[in-house]
Design a protein around this ligand. Structure first.
Ligand SMILES: NC(=O)c1ccc[n+]([C@@H]2O[C@H](COP(=O)([O-])OP(=O)(O)OC[C@H]3O[C@@H](n4cnc5c(N)ncnc54)[C@H](O)[C@@H]3O)[C@@H](O)[C@H]2O)c1
Ligand SMILES: O=C(O)CC[C@@H](O)C(=O)O
Length: 528
């Protein structure tokens, strides 16, 4: 199968060639489209590759009827409406580490250029002036450097700043004393940084919490003559507050790579001598662009090949080890969910999933999503997928519990899915049998050994001689071939079940006819 992929921002040729050479992908590169132009064509595509220019908003997502995956060749996904993508079941992936080094190096370049006024000196010289007095700078040596956001880039920046002999204060909610000590920085609070730092750099994502994190209030707490660097995202520093702080002489300068609105138009900051700026160039190196494009294009192909994504932004990450351990169980988990939801009468209210045996100690959330997806698909259709399933679980007010038990009844790994509705409670268990693949081993309290595919006819009846014969005859009259049969009973003459695998999908007639047979309580056709 071939998937149509649109590349709407410029990405490296090395990355593009990965998609171009794959049989699974048919690639179109159309960059610089207006939102309206993009909206018109997006409906044709299964995949979209963007950098930071394309705004993937809710309108675009609504028009993207076939879209399965959005690949962001870079880190920040603030140009993508993640909520809308998740609701639409579109997987969003990024390339989180391909441009770390480039962004860190750009931050250092901006800090040194700012401290030595290099852009202005360069400009002046090119204008024919030899003005050595106007460009006196400051050293970085032994200065205090505040790093706000100590993730991949923040840490790489700190490593480089250590070579300048700077004292580094790092603030990040996830930074522990131990880690700070290990990398040779001091763990600090924001107020410590404001009070002590000569240079402050920000390396957080732009979120509700970090929007205008550095504001008028923060500037008021800073050391005078402080210099700021933002190579992360426009909006983390309040641009107007920064402008005022520079005008008032409290801030000595700022180096800005990113703006709240890009490109910035008639921006007051760009009128100030104390500000140096670049047009969002943090990741603009040959190496970074190759790395992010290759990473994202490779991963898009993996997803088209049904391999779970490693850098999904709107799905929890799954380690390679967990992915390998769970892989054989996906089909089983989906089919158990599908079986029990077809068996039960009414809409699920409570779902209980129990993992036993070798599944007890593994992160099973991906299997849980696949079970929930197969259950909800009966009511909400095929657009339910692992990306949006939790959204719909919440929306429908479904309650689900996950349990773990060591008792796997002799099986290596066992999954039980139980659904309660307002009418009844039904459950199905399944395992992977060596050499046989997925098998259903229990329906409610009855032990069975059934395949988890094809068409199953589930019949509940009184355990009486001759009944199995009647069922066989009736199915024969409707030209329905029986592939196999399993019977189970609780006691002789008591309640019993038979489950038949049939070759032809039974229509409503034999089911009604079967239901009308004496001593039969329930007949259900389960399509897997
Ligand atoms: N200028 C560019 O071209 C360019 C290139 C690459 C990345 N970026 C941007 O740089 C930023 C950092 O990227 P990264 O790869 O290091 O991300 P990362 O996820 O590795 O690190 C971000 C860190 O910020 C921390 N954080 C979140 N909220 C915080 C808060 N309120 N206060 C303090 N810390 C907080 C997180 O705990 C995390 O450790 C992102 O915004 C990314 O989009 C820009
Ligand atoms: O695509 C770019 O050049 C910007 C990338 C950068 O902002 C990121 O967040 O990865």
């Amino acid at each position: 199968m071939s998937y149509k992929v649109l590349v709407s921002d410029p990405i490296s040729e090395t990355g593009l060639s990965i998609l171009n050479e794959a049989v699974e992908a048919e690639v179109t590169v159309k960059t610089g489209l207006s939102p309206e132009e993009l909206q018109k064509i997006i409906g044709e595509y299964d995949g979209l590759v963007v950098r930071s220019q394309t705004q993937v908003d809710a309108h675009l997502i609504q028009a993207a009827k076939r879209l399965k995956i959005i690949g962001r060749a870079g880190v920040g996904v603030d140009n993508i409406d993640l909520e809308a993508a998740t609701k639409a079941g579109i997987l969003v992936i990024n390339a989180p580490d391909g441009n770390t080094i480039s962004a860190a190096e750009h931050t250092m370049a901006m800090m040194t250029a700012l401290s030595r006024k290099i852009p202005a000196a360069n400009q002046s010289l090119k204008e024919g002036k030899w003005n050595r007095n106007s460009f006196k700078g400051v050293e970085l040596f032994k200065k205090t450097f505040g790093v706000v956001g100590f993730g991949r880039i923040g840490m790489e920046v700190a490593k480089r700043a250590k070579a300048y002999n700077m004292t580094i204060l790092a603030y990040d909610p996830f930074l522990t004393e131990e880690r700070a000590r290990k990398v040779g920085v001091k763990k600090a609070e924001l107020d410590d940084i404001y009070a002590q730092a000569d240079f402050i750099t920000v390396h957080t994502p732009l979120t509700k919490e970090t929007h205008h994190l550095i504001s008028t209030e923060a500037f008021a707490k800073m050391k005078s003559e402080v210099r700021l660097i933002n190579c992360a995202r426009g909006g983390i520093i309040d641009e107007m507050a920064l402008y005022e702080a520079i005008k008032e002489g409290r801030v000595a300068g700022a180096a800005i790579d990113v703006f709240e609105h890009e490109p910035p138009e008639d921006h007051p900051l760009l009128t100030l001598d104390e500000v140096i700026a670049t047009p969002h160039l943090g990741a603009s190196t040959v190496e970074a662009q190759d790395k992010v494009a290759v990473a994202v294009c490779d991963e898009i192909l993996q997803v088209f090949r049904n391999v779970p994504a490693q850098h999904a932004v709107n799905l929890p990450a799954v380690s390679e080890q967990v992915r390998k351990a769970l892989e054989p169980y996906y089909e089983l988990s989906e089919q158990l969910g599908s079986t029990v939801v077809q068996l039960v009468k009414g809409a699920p209210k409570d779902i209980e999933i129990t993992y036993s045996g070798e599944l007890t100690d593994i992160e099973t959330a991906p299997l849980t999503r696949s079970i929930l997806q197969s259950i909800l698909a009966k009511f909400l259709g095929d657009h339910i997928n692992p990306v949006n399933v939790n959204y719909y679980v919440k929306e429908k007010g479904l309650i689900y519990n996950v349990k773990r038990t060591q008792n796997s009844h002799g099986f290596t790994g066992l999954i039980n899915v139980k659904i309660s509705t307002e009418h009844e409670e039904r459950s199905v268990s399944g395992t992977l049998l060596n050499g046989y693949g997925p098998r259903m081993v229990k329906i409610d309290d009855y032990t069975v050994d059934l395949p988890t595919e094809g068409h199953l006819l589930y019949i509940e009846h009184h355990d009486l001689p001759g009944l199995i014969g009647h069922v066989g005859t009736l199915l024969g009259q409707h030209e329905i071939n029986i592939g196999s049969m399993q019977v189970g009973r609780k006691s002789i003459g008591g309640r019993a079940i038979m489950v038949l695998t049939i070759d032809k999908n039974a229509n409503a007639t034999p089911i009604t006819a079967l239901q009308n047979l004496e001593h039969i309580q329930e007949v259900k056709l389960i399509d897997l």
